[in-house]
Design a protein around this ligand. Structure first.
Ligand code: C2E
Ligand code: MG
Ligand code: MG
Ligand code: MG
Length: 288
């Protein structure tokens, strides 16, 4: 009897594995096909100067508009896209959409994009970005590339030269999710970052005088010393905002300012704020 139970359990286990594999295969196929069909779309989260409340730009956050699953979070599809080798094409399609969207926004507004460590293993990475900027007629000065510490583990020499060639054209580089990775501090020396983004785990629960607030203050002093301005991510309420305001000058983003929104929502928001540049019709180009 015991043996039979064991056997049943084994079949059950095998069944579950089989279902998981089937689901995983369907996801992979869905993602592959989705990249070809343009189902990956940018959403945008506001980045604001916390002292003045002035809108400074947006972080582009990828969403998968899946015909089967609805709107899927990047935490699900980015790791799979990396594994099956489509992250480069996906990212290129997202950036093309973002640069095109942002061309109609006030030229003071920046666009931050997240770049996967896998993309930095491509020796043509920086050339591809610069080519895309030219094709989309988007100024490199308005682009900010966010990388995490996991980008800095392999082949730092190659990464450094790619980052340098982007910076030479005016692209900015930010260190994302600062404080969560392995040996964060040494990463600050490895590349000439333009900005540090403090991870939301230190920000969202921030209270005066607690451990998080001491860590955030220390990161801000570090940023001042290294002449790297700070962005605080994950600002969810007024109390946290007030605490941060007392700590110094920085940019902030988070649900307090707004959830990530699709391009047409951003357009409406910017239009009512007078921050939309009406796109020129093609025939206007010669009217000068
Ligand atoms: P991230 O770059 O650290 O982006 C911030 C994440 O925190 C976003 O999640 C954003 O929606 C969320 N968030 C922002 N403000 C708040 C807040 O006040 N409270 C809380 N609880 N959450 C907040 P999302 O959009 O799910 O993205 C997750 C991660 O996926 C991103 O983390 C980024 O690492 C990655 N990702 C997103 N888009 C791309 C992409 O196009 N390429 C790559 N390689 N990774 C991407
Ligand atoms: Mg980011
Ligand atoms: Mg982040
Ligand atoms: Mg994060």
């Amino acid at each position: 009897h015991a043996k039979k139970q064991g056997k049943n359990r084994f079949y059950w286990f095998e069944d579950t594995m089989e279902n998981e594999l089937r689901f995983r295969n369907q996801l992979e196929t869905g993602i592959r096909v989705g990249v070809e069909r343009g189902e990956f779309v940018p959403h945008y989260e506001q980045q604001v100067d916390i002292a003045t409340g002035k809108l400074m730009g947006f972080e582009m956050l990828a969403r998968w508009q899946s015909p089967k699953l609805g709107l899927v979070s990047p935490d699900i599809f980015i790791p799979i896209a990396e594994e099956i080798g489509v992250i480069g094409d996906m990212s290129e399609s997202l950036m093309r959409q973002a640069f095109t969207d942002a061309r109609d926004w006030d030229p003071s507004l920046t666009v931050s994009v997240n770049i996967s460590p896998v993309q930095l293993r491509d020796p043509w990475f920086s050339q591809k970005i610069l080519k895309l900027l030219v094709e989309c007629n988007f100024p490199p000065q308005r682009l900010d590339i966010e990388i995490t510490e996991s980008c800095l583990h392999d082949n730092i020499g190659v990464v450094r030269s790619m980052i340098t060639s982007l910076k030479n054209q005016g692209v900015k580089i930010s260190l994302d999710d600062f404080g969560t990775g392995y040996s964060s501090l040494s990463q600050l020396r490895s590349l000439p970052f333009d900005r540090i983004k403090i991870d939301r785990s230190f920000v969202s629960e921030l209270k005066d005088e607690d451990a998080s607030s001491k860590i955030v203050s220390a990161i801000i002093s570090l940023g001042n010393g290294l002449e790297m301005p700070i962005t605080a991510e994950g600002i969810e309420d007024d109390r946290v905002l007030e605490t941060l305001k007392g700590m110094g000058q920085m940019k902030g983003q988070g649900y307090l300012y707004g959830r990530p929104e699709a391009a047409d929502q951003v357009r409406k928001r910017l239009s009512s704020a007078g921050l939309l540049v009406e796109p020129k019709a093609a025939s206007d180009d010669t009217s000068d």
